[in-house]
Design a protein around this ligand. Structure first.
Ligand code: MN
Length: 290
């Protein structure tokens, strides 16, 4: 059995107008993907019911991702800021449910950006308490939360698998899983194999991206190690391809992701290449034993 494989919407379009959404769904399908991943950071002009109808018609799946903001941050010490963070996550669950998503992933535990100091003990307690509430709500929607481990420049709360597993333990909800991204692992983890094994059945979502976020295989990441580890734990969950270039600009998100240069201009060529690349590694790692 092969994993569902998806592609981030920002490969195709930087906004969610009906025209862009149609392009995101049809191009993703044409490039061979099973689902699209949609960032919920900016819902301007977004027709949620329209997208759901289109997904059903095209037999495509969807997952959602997002980070928080400095004024809506569950890792803050300020209860007002924490409450706004929880509200943002609950609103995101509503949107995810309405468009038919089964996963809400990303940096669900802090603002998306560079912090000027480490997270405080109170801030970290607020993360755990907030995620308990949000996980209860996610259970009502039957949505899995993926705690994405991101690098030190994008959060000060969860940078390693060890830190993510500790939060899962403290939240204690089966709704909450680890979301690994090989791009971030390259910066923070010692290797690409042992973190996957440490997660085991707690791994719920995976991002695949090159170290410079361009064409897969054109950088220096050890994909065979990572895919062998996925085969070793018999990971059957979603795998989404992430790649960003200044060729497609999203208000806010491109800045949060520090997309300053052009790594590609033909999204279809990039995405169909990535689909073959991921498929090749999935097949090889399963056939050659883990
Ligand atoms: Mn990612």
């Amino acid at each position: 059995m092969m994993n569902p494989v998806g592609v981030h919407a920002l490969v195709w379009a930087g906004d969610l107008t009906p025209k862009s959404v149609a392009r995101i769904v049809t191009e993703s399908k044409r490039a061979g993907y099973d689902f699209i991943e949609l960032s919920l950071h900016d819902l301007t002009d977004f027709d949620q019911d329209g997208l759901r109808e289109l997904l059903v018609a095209e037999k495509m799946g969807v997952s959602c991702s997002r980070g928080l903001a400095f004024d809506a941050d569950v890792s803050s010490e300020d209860p007002v800021v924490v409450a706004r963070g929880v509200q943002l996550l609950e609103e995101s669950l509503q949107v995810a449910s309405r468009i038919g998503a089964k996963y809400l992933c990303g940096g669900l535990y802090s603002a998306f950006g560079k912090y000027q100091q480490p997270v405080s003990a109170q801030g970290r307690r607020n993360v755990v308490d907030s995620l308990k509430r949000v996980a209860d709500r996610a259970a009502q929607y039957d949505i899995t939360l993926g705690l994405e481990i991101v690098n030190r420049y994008e959060s000060n709360v969860v940078n390693t698998t060890e830190q993510a597993l500790e939060i899962l333990e403290q939240v204690g909800s089966p709704q909450l899983k680890v979301h690994l991204d090989i791009y971030h692992m390259n910066i923070e983890e010692a290797d690409f194999y042992s973190p996957v094994l440490a997660c085991g059945d707690k791994l719920g979502y995976v991002h695949i991206g090159e170290n410079h976020r361009g064409y897969l295989g054109s950088g220096h990441l050890d994909f065979p190690s990572f895919f062998h580890a996925l085969a070793h734990i018999n990971y059957q969950g979603p795998i989404a391809f992430e790649s960003f270039s200044s060729a497609v600009v999203s208000r806010g998100l491109s800045v949060d992701l520090s997309i300053w240069r052009n790594l590609w201009s033909d999204g279809f060529d990039l995405a169909s290449h990535a689909r073959r690349f991921i498929d090749g590694h999935l097949q090889a790692s399963r056939k050659q034993g883990a």
